[in-house]
Design a protein around this ligand. Structure first.
Ligand SMILES: NC(=O)c1ccc[n+]([C@@H]2O[C@H](COP(=O)([O-])OP(=O)(O)OC[C@H]3O[C@@H](n4cnc5c(N)ncnc54)[C@H](OP(=O)(O)O)[C@@H]3O)[C@@H](O)[C@H]2O)c1
Length: 259
């Protein structure tokens, strides 16, 4: 049976993606930090869909962990056909007042681990002549984001990197898809400390299920970029038409704390 590795498997979008993949007959490799949640998810998916879904607890923001994960998967004799680099987090607040270590961890998870897993599994996939990579970008990739500058920059990296890698792999049998969701109702917002910002009063949150479904369809079709929701399409068009200073200013108003 074909197998998909999903990072951030226990969270909103990742967990929905796992259900969709398992429902389509894929075995899974589940990755996130919280071992208890991972094991519960593994049991639920195996029971509900009759697939194999081993749990690989790992903090991907730590140095060398992506390599350890790759080796552990290979040693288990698992062949990964789909890699979903979904794990990521944000952090609301002015950069100079932020917790430096948290910004570094964000880079290590949102960028470094995604790059390293794409490199390791991507080489394996290319050698076999088949594979699909789904990298989680965001609507945040289209503009600069005052009060979440590192997060927005990390997602711009993911979008650019994924499009370039996909182009390099054209004709190899391996595709790369960057998924760009807009505001989605998951644990992301609490984790990023976004409750007191204007985001939710201005934008309607999408369900993680619809985002994961769009991601799955785009992944299977080998689409380079998948934009979710009319608001995301609008943001993409606006980012091309509106001067960057203006989009940065608007974004800063939306991402700042109320009051
Ligand atoms: N929600 C949105 O509005 C939105 C919009 C655009 C893009 N995105 C992107 O979508 C992706 C998924 O986010 P979500 O909204 O589903 O967030 P979420 O509900 O907070 O889920 C995040 C997942 O990542 C895992 N994770 C966090 N840190 C990790 C680490 N260091 N190592 C391994 N796993 C880690 C979490 O599990 P543990 O805590 O157990 O590790 C959890 O499974 C992220 O890349 C996010 O940037 C979200």
């Amino acid at each position: 049976m074909a197998c998909a590795l999903v990072t951030g498997a226990t969270g909103g979008i990742g967990s929905e993606l796992c259900d969709i993949l398992a429902g389509n007959g894929y075995d899974l490799v589940l990755v996130a930090r919280n071992e208890e949640k991972l094991i519960a998810l593994s049991k639920r998916l195996e029971l509900a869909y009759g697939v194999e879904a081993p749990a690989f607890p790992a903090d991907l923001s730590k140095p060398g962990i992506a390599d350890l994960l790759f080796r552990a998967v290979i040693e288990e004799g698992i062949v990964v056909d789909i890699l979903a680099n979904n794990a990521g987090f944000g952090d609301q607040g002015a950069f100079l007042d932020s917790d430096w270590e948290r910004q570094e961890k964000m880079i290590d998870l949102n960028i470094r681990a995604l790059m390293r897993l794409s490199y390791l599994f991507g080489n394996d996939m290319r050698a076999r002549g088949y594979g699909r990579i789904l990298n989680m970008a965001s609507v945040a990739a289209f503009t600069a984001g005052p009060y979440m500058p590192v997060y927005f920059a990390s997602k711009a990296f993911v979008l650019s990197f994924s499009q370039a890698l996909g182009e390099e792999l054209r004709g190899s049998g391996v595709t790369v898809t960057a998924l760009c969701p807009g505001t989605t109702a998951t644990g992301f917002w609490d984790a990023a400390g976004m409750d007191a910002t204007h985001v939710f009063s201005l934008m309607r949150a999408q369900s993680p299920r619809t985002v994961a479904e769009l991601g799955y369809r785009a992944l299977m079709a080998g689409k380079p970029v998948a934009l979710h929701s009319p608001a995301t399409h609008l943001a993409n068009i606006a980012a091309r038409l509106v001067p960057r200073r203006l989009s940065t200013w608007v974004c800063g108003r939306v991402l700042s704390k109320r009051g």
